[in-house]
Design a binder for this molecule. Structure first.
Ligand code: SF4
Length: 350
């Protein structure tokens, strides 16, 4: 059986040099090709105009470029843009561009669907279909960067890995994408403007703490009481809060960067004083701040946004203890682009 051509973006610089040498091309071409791939985010080999026509033809015979493309863009009343991103095999993920007066943030996906089955999340209903490649993650950022310039006249300022999928279950590709996004010979974005958001996988967090990349870490917590958290996040049954905390403490010890806890307060589930006190106690164990996120209904009657009073009680309990806490308003809710709502629903619509 004939092997299918290799993705050009999967070649390391070394492999590219070896290949070029084997076809009699000078080594500096590797630099030029990588510049097209990662700095200019080229979408096809033919657009690499400083390469000879012969070399472009040869590259096209031996390799493929499989860029992701926007197949549909929806704009929310609040300016948020949700993009359906079509992958080379026809699968689709979603990425969101969230503009505010001071920032334009890209929320990107790392997997098609997700296997972790968080009960409140629309993506979980899709199940996991496959991991995205580093190139496909990179493409989302490059495309949203162009979109930010054309819609809002400014470059992308922040990236959050809070779209579809659990980024730490696609560890190598996510890290490689971040390397390319932050490299001076890539998109050159400042690592401190990138946040990786996870359900909290202790083993991967420990590994992440050793990476010299300098991005931020957010954990979707939603309850600091094991029995409750396990009820809505099955991952907690095998990765309890105490083990997660040990990994977070190690993250802080090694990186010096405080953790962001993402937290939704639901009516009748975690809206009591004892829940707020448990979160306060958890936050005491590691330098951290809390984002209280407005909940976006996904049609499941078990989950309903808590009353403002209960949310205010969280704010008071945490602030009285010196923890920084912010209430995050929902963005893009009318187009199902808000946190926890990404489920490729746009594909069902005309
Ligand atoms: S919240 Fe994140 S980890 Fe949980 S099911 Fe949804 S996409 Fe997966």
């Amino acid at each position: 059986m004939q092997e299918s051509p290799k993705d050009l973006r999967r070649l390391s610089e070394e492999e590219l040099r070896t290949y070029l040498e084997s076809i009699g091309e000078p080594a500096y071409r590797a630099r030029q090709i990588r510049e097209w791939l990662w700095e200019k985010a080229a979408r096809d080999i033919d657009s690499m105009t400083n390469l000879s026509r012969g070399l472009r033809q040869k590259l096209s015979q031996d390799f493929v470029l499989q860029p992701a493309t926007f197949s549909k863009v929806q704009r929310s009343e609040d300016g948020t843009l949700k993009n359906a991103v079509r992958l080379h095999d026809g699968l689709v993920v979603e990425s969101v561009l969230i503009p505010t007066s001071t920032r334009t943030t890209a929320c990107v996906s790392s997997q098609v669907g997700c296997a972790l089955d968080c009960q409140f999340c629309a993506t979980a209903r899709l199940k996991r279909q496959r991991n995205l490649s580093a190139g496909e993650i990179f493409d989302q950022v490059a495309l949203i960067g162009e979109q930010s310039r054309s819609f809002f006249g400014r470059p992308l300022s922040n990236i959050v890995f809070m779209g579809m999928g659990e980024p730490l279950l696609n560890y190598d590709e996510v890290l490689e994408a971040i390397r390319r996004i932050t490299a001076p010979d890539g998109l050159g974005m400042a690592p401190r403007r990138i946040t990786v958001s996870t359900v909290g996988l202790p083993k991967q967090i420990r590994r992440l703490a050793l990476e010299p990349l300098g991005f931020g870490l957010a954990v979707s917590l939603h309850s600091a009481i094991d029995a409750k958290r396990s009820q809505i996040m099955p991952v907690n049954r095998t990765n309890p809060l105490s083990e997660l905390m040990e990994a977070l403490q190690e993250w802080y010890r090694l990186t010096g960067r405080r953790i962001t806890f993402e937290y939704v307060v639901w009516k009748g589930f975690n809206d009591r004083l004892e829940d707020a006190l448990a979160l306060r106690d958890y936050c005491r164990k590691v330098p951290s701040k809390v984002n209280l996120i407005e909940y976006n209904a996904i049609g499941d009657p078990r989950f309903e946004q808590a009353d403002p009073d209960s949310i205010q009680r969280y704010v008071e309990v945490l602030e009285a203890d010196g923890t920084v806490v912010k209430i995050r308003r929902s963005r893009g809710r009318d187009i199902d682009a808000a946190c926890g709502q990404l489920a490729n629903r746009s594909l069902d619509e005309p």
